[in-house]
Design a protein around this ligand. Structure first.
Ligand code: DX5
Ligand code: ZN
Length: 273
């Protein structure tokens, strides 16, 4: 079954942000200098940035997942990051399509499924049918990466490619014109709550540079160790979709945590522009 994709990048986010308390102080001035891309494909050449927060449910309390996702959304999160691990590609096991199906019923936010699995082609249709909006696969896990990315698109999902900390940006040269987003891992995949690897920042900068040189439209997502102390460096380097698990769901209130992360990101962007 093919679905019409929900939650294109950026759609409706401006009005949502405008209703939030911190946004009045930080987003107001920012929105005057930044433009909102409404949908993919993004403009071929642009100098604008839209920051989005994608809480990773890996660190959430699974006994009340719907409630936790709602709480993060109230704090401004606009994408739900779903970490899928198979115990082979990464040394951990997490969730599969049934959880995506349940999440689909409790949120309208786009579901961003990060597949840390071998043989992703086998499972992409199932994730799409369960309600995934975005699906990303690891460069390191795909023998026929171009085919896999087109498979994702054929299911009306946005297609993302992921690189581990040890994989260079150059490994993506031939697919950057195919993907909707590139996910830079800033920790080695497999677990939440790890320490951000600063040596990955240059890859974010390089991806932003290549995009502008080649006039491409992919967005840049960053995953792993994104927290109050690191988010400034990430957005200044060019990170746009910020995945955060521990920093949103680890302790305290997910709404306040999401607000604080977005506020820190906005402040860093204001310094940049
Ligand atoms: C790690 C996952 C991440 C993880 C991020 O393999 O891909 O999405 O949940 O968690 P934090 O933000 O806690 O590093
Ligand atoms: Zn992830």
């Amino acid at each position: 079954m093919c679905r019409v994709p929900r939650g294109r990048f950026g759609a409706g986010l401006a009005s949502k942000l405008a209703s939030m308390s911190w946004a009045n102080r930080f987003w107001g001035p920012l929105s005057r200098v930044l433009e909102f891309p409404q949908a993919i494909p993004r403009p071929r050449s642009y100098e604008t940035t839209l920051i989005e927060l994608a809480p990773s449910i890996l660190s959430a309390d699974f006994s009340r997942l719907g409630e936790q996702v709602r709480a993060a959304g109230e704090g401004g999160a606009s994408v739900v990051h779903v970490d899928v691990m198979d115990g082979h590609f990464v040394p951990n096991l997490t969730i599969g399509p049934p959880v995506v199906k349940s999440l689909r019923k409790v949120t309208k936010l786009p579901l961003d499924c990060h597949l840390m699995i071998e043989n992703p082609d086998e499972f992409i249709p199932m994730f799409a049918e369960s309600g995934a909006d975005w699906i990303s696969v690891h460069q390191e896990a795909c023998r026929h990466l171009n085919r896999t990315l087109h498979l994702i698109k054929s299911h009306n999902c946005l297609a993302g490619v992921v690189i581990n900390p040890a994989t260079p940006v150059d490994a993506l040269t031939e697919v950057l014109d195919v993907v909707d987003y590139v996910l830079v891992m800033s920790v080695n995949p497999g677990f939440g709550g790890q320490k951000f690897i600063p040596g990955t920042l240059h890859k974010i900068r390089r991806l932003a540079e290549i995009r502008s040189q080649r006039g491409l439209g992919y967005r840049i997502e960053v995953d792993g160790g994104v927290a109050l102390e690191t988010v400034g460096d990430v957005v200044r380097a060019g990170g746009e979709i910020l995945v955060a698990g521990n920093a949103v769901f680890g302790s305290g209130d997910p709404t306040r945590n999401a607000e604080a992360l977005l506020k820190a990101a906005s402040e860093a962007m204001l310094l940049k522009v």
